[in-house]
Design a protein around this ligand. Sequence first.
Ligand code: ADE
Length: 245
Amino acid sequence: MRFDILTLFPAMFSSPFQQSILAKAIEKGLIEVRTVNIRDFAMDKHQVVDDAPYGGGQGMVMKVEPIARAIEQVKLGNPSVRTVYLTPEGKRFNQETARELSSRSHLILLCGRYEGVDERVRELLVDEEISIGDYVLTGGELAAMVLIDAVSRFLPGVLGSDRSAEEDSFIGSLLEYPQYTRPPSFRGYEVPEVLLSGNHQAISGWRKKEALRRTLMRRPDLLNGASLSEEDKKILEEISREIVS
Ligand code: ADE
């Protein structure tokens, strides 16, 4: 899968893709991440990419022409590429959207700065607007990194052959159960005995209950959309009884 990131700050992207899983994914050719400096597409001598808003007001607005030229250049190689604008006003990003986007072979990620982009960029050039959460970042760059990371995990081979993003939290609508490793005792805090028992049925029962408990305590909203079995519902009732008693 290929990502073309349109940004005024391409240097921000150098280190996140040189580490760990994403670096390996690039090395294996599973993902390709390119940055396109929007400033290279400004036509005037001073390479101006922003201007004061019509009608007055604070801040600067990113101009339409350099962005249009940058997008059109990427589209020369692939006219059907989808263009995503990262903005706090976009549709909220989640694991489902990450999975959907991973079925595409190529995305343009447009990163805004300042007071955002000229509205004509959004109307004429962008296919989809995405927000990574209800807070305002200094620009879309960090949001683009988050999106690439979450989308790449769904691509076959990125997490290694024995792991799949499908098994992670949120996909089955439950949070993950607690994990422990050696030592069995740390400052008097013991690993739950069942995990040391070697009894696989008891272990998977404990894990199911703890995943349900964690979801109920931290993210009860996820349980509404979850496909719960009769057994799961009974366990949830049991947990609720434990909480009140
Ligand atoms: N740009 C600034 N804030 C953002 C956010 N929360 N999500 C996506 N892009 C952004």
